[in-house]
Design a protein around this ligand. Structure first.
Ligand SMILES: O=C(O)Cc1cc(O)ccc1O
Ligand SMILES: [Fe+2]
Length: 464
């Protein structure tokens, strides 16, 4: 069977999934970020030497999916060729989805959203009481820009308890970077299947159809969707050739198909922020072979290799960037995905937690497990915070008081925690339902009320 990963950032072989627990036992991935991959589920199903032969092996249809304009520079060009039993075009016309799902947006403006310079925090939501799949459980928190203009992003969360059945989802608006917090996601895509556990992330690029099964039942997590650009690895600059997220740790599925015909397979398409459905007589997971570099992939965050100070002062959080979706301005992200993983903290004569901060970028944070280093309580796993552009934030009073009375400079290990940040240059607007949500922590600002003055003009400003 052909499964090849070449070129791009890193060549890699096939890897078995450490987390596989029954579905399916022989799940395999190809490794490497940005590589050119080739995969076939049937030997000989991938055409050789050309993309669209007059007749494809096994009578398959050739179909290209383009993730960048045809004319984008070779360095950035992303596309894949899928060889499938029936082409995607064979469907009944799309209709607005009923019942209407009105908590998803693809465009953020004064009419459909609100905004506030206040610090926002949400408690983790409860799992749904009624059967709810990934699509029904998805709701937008905030975002900026417009999927129509191909510039912007949306931050969604989901809470679900039921596998998608006879239906596939696809966002025509942008790439989905999914961060599961509770419950594994077993994701079938047109390129094959991925098993994703909390602590891992998965990116399903714009346009790919996927279906989410929930082997553990109740599931919850976060999604960053980026419009008009794709995630890439950050440059490492003076760090050198290694460190942070290594290209070889990104796993891409191998070809897998089902040859199933049913009258009512439903495609749910997010398009311009609204959901449309179309039925077709076959599963969209009918790709027998494929090749290309426009692919879904997953990454285990425990493989992230953090770098940090070994002398003094608190480094900026950009040092923990896993993936970045660039804007057109050099060095400025449309959306960075940053993690705060377990690590040693050794800075001497330094206030070690995150500093007090006002940022021209906007920061949305989530917590996968444990406690976040800047908050003694209130920021819970599954919860979220939003500190928009220039909104002051930082450690709560308890963390501040604890830190300044720490005494010794012994090394400390931050452990049993995994927080993350979606950071963007674009100022987010917040959805009405997020601000009005019963899960919103209206008292959030109190966590800083105890930050009393320690100032004393008499002792040269030393702490008293
Ligand atoms: O907690 C935050 O707001 C994120 C953050 C973390 C950090 O280590 C430094 C700055 C920063 O904004
Ligand atoms: Fe911050």
């Amino acid at each position: 069977m052909l499964n090849i990963s070449t070129g791009g950032c890193d060549g890699g072989g096939l890897v078995a999934d450490e987390h596989s627990g029954g579905w399916p036992k022989d799940l395999q991935y190809m490794s490497g970020f940005g590589n050119q991959f080739s995969s076939e589920a049937l030997p000989g199903s991938l055409p050789e030497g050309q993309n669209n032969p007059l007749v494809c092996p096994f009578g398959l249809y050739a179909e290209q999916i383009s993730g960048t304009a045809f004319t984008v520079s070779r360095r950035l060009n992303q596309r894949s060729w899928l060889y499938r039993i029936r082409p995607s075009v064979t469907h009944e016309p799309f209709q607005p989805r009923k019942p209407h799902h009105d908590r998803i947006l693809g465009e953020f403006n004064k009419g459909n959203c609100t905004f506030t310079p206040n610090q926002l925090r949400w408690k983790p939501v409860d799992f749904p009481e009624i059967p709810t799949d990934f699509v029904d459980g998805l709701y937008t928190i905030c975002g900026a820009g417009s999927s129509f203009l191909r510039h912007g992003y949306a931050i969604h969360m989901y809470a679900a308890n039921k596998s998608m059945d006879g239906c596939a989802f696809c966002s025509a608006d942008g790439d989905f970077l999914i961060v599961p917090q509770v419950g594994r996601l077993w994701i079938t895509t047109e390129c094959g299947r991925l098993q994703v556990s909390p602590g891992e992330i998965v990116v399903v690029p714009q346009g790919f159809r996927f279906s989410v099964s929930l082997p553990d039942g109740p599931s919850r997590g976060y999604v960053a969707e980026v419009f008009g650009t794709h995630f890439q690895l950050p440059d490492l600059g003076p760090i050198g050739a290694n460190g942070l997220a290594s290209p070889r740790d990104f796993y891409v599925p191998t070809a897998w198909y089902e040859n199933d015909s049913r009258l009512d397979y439903t495609i749910v398409q997010k398009f311009g922020g609204e959901l449309f459905t179309a039925t077709q007589e076959f599963s969209p997971f009918n790709v027998v072979a494929w090749h290309g570099n426009y692919v879904p992939y997953k990454y285990d965050l425990s493989k992230f290799c953090p770098y940090n100070t070994v002398s003094f002062d608190h480094g900026d959080p950009s040092i923990n960037t896993v993936l970045t979706a660039p804007s057109d301005k050099p060095g400025v992200a449309l959306l960075d995905f940053v993690v705060f993983p377990p690590r040693w903290v050794v800075a001497e004569h330094t206030f070690r937690p995150p500093y007090y901060h006002r940022n021209c970028m906007s920061e949305f944070m989530g917590l996968i497990y444990g406690k976040y280093e800047a908050k003694a309580d209130g920021f819970l796993p599954g919860g979220a915070t939003l500190h928009a552009c220039m909104t002051p934030h930082g450690p709560d009073s308890k963390i501040y008081e604890r830190e300044i009375s720490r005494g010794e400079d012994t090394p400390q290990k931050i452990k049993d925690t995994l927080a993350f940040m979606f950071e963007s240059a674009l100022l987010p607007r917040t959805c009405h339902w997020s601000l009005e949500s019963p899960y919103r922590d209206a008292d959030y600002y109190h966590c800083w009320s105890g930050l009393k003055s320690h100032f004393s003009a008499d002792d040269g400003g030393r702490l008293v």
